[in-house]
Design a protein around this ligand. Structure first.
Ligand SMILES: NC(=O)c1ccc[n+]([C@@H]2O[C@H](COP(=O)([O-])OP(=O)(O)OC[C@H]3O[C@@H](n4cnc5c(N)ncnc54)[C@H](OP(=O)(O)O)[C@@H]3O)[C@@H](O)[C@H]2O)c1
Length: 280
């Protein structure tokens, strides 16, 4: 495994598995199998309603807790719940997480960020992060954070490389973790001819070339999968290196276009939605 060093000295694996849209049974299976294969980074969230299943997958894997970098996210409905962090840890079945994000700049997100800072001071979160904060939200948070976050989790892939955001956050040493790294199942990204050509050269699939690109951009990457063959492939990306010319070829795909367009109306809806934790 390769690791990146965060701005607080903690080491985070550069490749992990994401569990968005995985049912509890799928998440449990993917997490257990991934850890057995050598994964050490797991990403979940209150909102994925699979945290208990992720905890079971971790325990069943036989991998020691201290070897696993576990990341989860508080959902906006939890930002003002004083027990949100303890309840999250209870669902996961752990004493602390390695990374705790606030998931959205919705509702009373500053209260959510204060909960992260408190959890960090109490040792319940070894690092903290923000997710989906861009533009005005980043600008406001920068004036209010007491503890600088270690990571930001946002949409990033070769079509949308988050240049502006990276420019803003680089000076704080905030690392980027990419979501939708493979385009969330959209075939057009994976089928770009450049990835097939580079895959042929290195004996890799197009998806593996894209994931290697993420790590060489300095991103942590958490492809989601319920397919054991994909999960195996997605980890097997650290034994080749794209040249500078090849990275430049891939850079030409940057259209500044994201897949997911969030609106202010959606942020309002997010603030009003409560995950059904009974199902997690
Ligand atoms: N913070 C946020 O708001 C946010 C938002 C979205 C996602 N995320 C996080 O980011 C993670 C990744 O995003 P995502 O899962 O939505 O999108 P993704 O990783 O870009 O794509 C997942 C899709 O790609 C397929 N896939 C995975 N590996 C493959 C491979 N080697 N070859 C071909 N297809 C492959 C999966 O199908 P199979 O299951 O069949 O493999 C699935 O349909 C999430 O799981 C979640 O942890 C965070």
């Amino acid at each position: 495994m390769e690791y990146m060093t965060l701005n607080n000295g903690i080491k985070c694996p550069v490749v992990g598995i994401g569990t968005f849209m995985l049912s509890p049974a799928q998440a449990e299976n993917s997490v257990r199998e991934a850890l057995k294969m050598g994964y050490r980074l797991i990403d979940t969230a209150n909102a994925y309603v699979n945290e208990r299943a992720v905890g079971r997958g971790m325990r069943d894997s036989g991998v020691k807790r201290e070897e696993i970098f576990l990341s989860t996210k508080l959902w906006p409905s939890e930002y003002e719940n004083p027990n949100a962090v303890n309840e999250t840890l209870e669902r996961l079945g752990v004493d602390c997480v390695d990374l705790l994000y606030i998931h959205q700049p919705a509702g009373n997100w500053l209260a959510g960020y204060r909960q992260l800072e408190k959890a960090y001071k109490e040792g319940k979160a070894k690092s903290i992060g923000i997710s989906n904060f861009e533009g005005e939200y980043i600008a406001e948070l920068q004036t209010k954070w007491e503890i600088v976050p270690q990571l930001i989790q946002v949409e990033a892939h070769p079509y949308f490389t988050q240049k502006e955001l990276r420019h803003t956050l680089d000076k704080y040493g905030v690392k980027l973790m990419s979501w939708y790294p493979l385009g969330h199942g959209d075939r057009s990204l994976i089928e770009e001819p450049v990835f097939a050509a580079l895959g042929k050269k290195y004996g890799k699939t197009p998806a593996q070339v894209i994931l290697r690109w993420h790590t060489q951009m300095g991103f942590a990457v958490i492809p989601g999968s319920k397919n054991v063959d994909h999960i195996r492939d997605n980890l097997n990306i650290l034994d080749f290196t794209l040249t500078d010319e090849e990275m430049a070829q891939i850079a030409k795909l940057d259209k500044g276009e994201r897949y997911y367009h969030r609106t202010e109306a959606q942020l309002k809806q997010f603030a009003g939605w409560q995950p059904d934790f009974e199902k997690a």
